[in-house]
Write a protein that binds this ligand. Structure first.
Ligand code: ADP
Length: 307
């Protein structure tokens, strides 16, 4: 079995939330009129502060919750409609918690999933996810990293078209995180995926679109490249005497931010750096580095949620 998948004609929205609100029985309005669509073959990350409604949205999409208002669709099928069950079978889900039977073996777990989905090659999946030598261990005996691999393997067993991933690497040690992320990269390639994560580097590495929720509403939904293009450009400067550099920048009305052994200031390098450099060098500040800095997803995210 290959964990990669065929490509799509990029016309259908595989994941669609249309004016979705969710109020829990406690009265909490977790989602408030959320609308967005992810076309087939697009990998999107779902970001937002704690309590923004990310898990609620994933659970609505997987049919575990019903919206209070609005509707969710998977592969063009509305949850509640008869066709949704088939669409759900073409959707692999990696839930947040382990949510698994602890006393079944890895092989038995995959066999249960095959029965549920009606297809899948257990042996090929064990091999693809490096689980062969752990196949006969009960889940309780597996390390956190291997348990997570098994959750991912279970989601991929039936070669789904869509993946819903709720924090797939959370709580893993750095080595396991690295291994699971490598499997995710292959698993997500060519598929539609919605990846809920707190790890912004992971989001950046694994997705091309970003949906940011805040307070149950969609704050941003666009390609990462568009978000990046809208971000304020910055210039990184370093000098032997960092204090003096900081003072000289402040004197020019620029508020520097620390960045390792250098300083970041807002500005377009092509437009602003030559004059800035000339002034700094003429003022006796020995600048040895000056370069444009592409904003990270973390900065973009913080700018968006703080705005
Ligand atoms: P996120 O995944 O972004 O952290 P959640 O979807 O878990 O956000 O939660 C959104 C809001 O809904 C929060 O205020 C949370 O406390 C509340 N919430 C989540 N699940 C439940 C539930 N089962 N019952 C009541 N309130 C809930």
């Amino acid at each position: 079995m290959s964990v990669a998948c065929a490509t799509f004609a990029p016309t259908v929205d595989a994941i669609w939330a249309n004016g979705v609100s969710k109020r829990y029985r406690t009265g909490t309005l977790a989602l408030d009129g959320v609308s967005f669509a992810i076309p087939e073959g697009t990998r999107a990350c779902l970001l937002g502060p704690n309590g923004a409604g990310k898990s609620t949205l994933i659970r609505l999409l997987e049919g575990a919750l019903r919206p209070t208002a609005g509707e969710v669709f998977l592969l063009g099928e509305r949850a509640d409609d008869p066709g949704y069950t088939a669409a759900r079978r073409r959707t692999g889900i990696v839930p947040q918690g382990p949510g698994m039977y602890r006393d079944v073996t890895a092989r038995e777990h995959l066999e249960l999933a095959r029965t549920l989905y009606g297809r899948g090659d257990v042996d090929a999946t064990l091999d693809a996810f490096g689980l062969r030598e752990h196949a006969d261990k009960v889940l309780e005996a597996l390390s956190g990293g291997f348990r997570r691999r098994l959750v991912l393997a279970t989601a991929l067993l039936a070669e789904p078209d869509v993946l819903l991933l709720d924090e797939p690497t959370v709580g893993l040690d750095p080595v396991a995180q690295h291994d699971v992320r490598a499997l995710l990269r292959t698993a997500m390639a060519g598929r539609t995926a919605l990846l809920c994560t707190h790890d912004l580097r992971e989001a950046e590495e694994l997705s091309e679109d970003v949906v940011i929720l805040r307070g149950g509403r969609v704050l941003v939904h666009e390609p990462l490249a568009t978000l990046r293009a809208r971000a304020r450009p910055r210039i990184r400067l370093a000098a032997a005497d960092g204090e003096r550099l900081a003072g000289a920048l402040r004197a020019r009305g620029l508020e520097p931010a620390a960045d390792g052994d250098g300083l970041l200031v807002p500005g377009d390098a092509q437009r602003d750096a030559p004059a800035l450099l000339r002034a700094l060098l003429a003022g006796g500040v020995d600048v040895y580095e000056c370069r444009p800095v592409a904003p990270t997803l973390e900065q973009l995210f913080l700018e968006a949620v703080r705005a």
